[in-house]
Ligand binder design. Sequence first.
Ligand code: NDP
Ligand code: ZN
Length: 375
Amino acid sequence: MGFAAYPLFAHTSSKFVFKEGERIPAKGYAAFSKEWNFKPFSFTRHPLGENDILIQIQYTGICHSDLHAVKGDHAMPNYPMVPGHEIVGEVVAVGKKVSKFKIGDYAGVGCMVNSCGECEACKQSKEQYCMNAKTIFTYNSKDVFHNNEITYGGYSNNIVLSEKFAIKIPKNAEIEKVAPLLCAGITTYSPIKFSRVKKGDKVAVAGVGGLGHMALQYMVALGAEVTCFDILPSKKEACLKLGAKEFIDVKSEEFKNIANRFDFIISTIPYYYDLNDYHKMLKFGGEMAIVGLPASKESPHFDTNRFIWQFQNKKIYTSLIGGIKETQEMLDYSVQNKIYPKIELISIQELNEAYQKIAKGEADFRFVIDMKSLD
Ligand code: NDP
Ligand code: ZN
């Protein structure tokens, strides 16, 4: 490869220049405390390995997990932290052994960038559940494959990773809407498939934000009858437009009285809630997937006695994103069927304000950062 220098695309004036084997300069926005406090931040990424690709990031979605991570809701935050695991961009450099991508292709990156590749979970392409605990998450994660450095995510101009963990994005995709599919899309697609949701099923989405409105669209596409539950009644109109049969405010009397109605429920709720409310709504033999990740100190709990005596033969399980193979399947399916998130494009300078809005419940489904604004 020798000396790699390349002018980048029309939308940016910047150039990445780096030598083979050297670290790659990058810039982005980092959080410096749990109050987020995003500011410009320059850093470097590990050198391009022979199986790696370098992506110039064009768009990055803001997931509620990013807020949890910055606040340290589940794990110890490392500051400065560059979040972002809903990433899409153009491949601008490839290592010698790369075969899946060529320069100029679109590529996506979700929540993970590496794993052991040898355990049973990795062999089944469920890399998010790596049994050797070597799933390397896209940011705030110790990268055991690169000298234990802490990973930096997609609120930045580039990312380098093994081609195995990058998703191919078809050229006909609506590129500015693709980024949220890499987390919100796969996290809902995977359990919907796992529970075999089908035409005519009565199903529900609890919490209709970034993840929830993707779950709604996937289940409508499958021909299921979808009920939406959210804390914000103003979401009703948008949910009905996306194909929901009904919208129910979780603060209403109606909500409390629902029982034995659904074949499947997916909960994306990011704060404390009463799990028993939803469990009782499942039909005999119904299933509930929990993907929402409230802060550890706000975690919902089971009333086990009630479960055993009153609500038999129902399943509740949790689900974490999806493996690389399934993420590619979800991406191809979504683009082919034009299932995209509803997005609001923002500049990277608006990050602090966007976080404020998400925390206050004022976000409209998904913010996506237009990385042109970083120039
Ligand atoms: P959003 O903030 O976009 O959406 C959450 C939605 O739930 C909002 O509409 C929110 O309303 C609503 N809500 C809040 N409280 C309640 C309640 N008590 N009952 C019903 N609805 C409620 O978040 P995301 O969709 O980005 O993420 C959702 C959760 O999923 C987060 O905890 C995130 O960390 C997690 N996640 C999990 C993954 C996994 O692999 N398991 C992967 C990605 C994310 P309002 O806007 O008014 O607050
Ligand atoms: Zn996410």
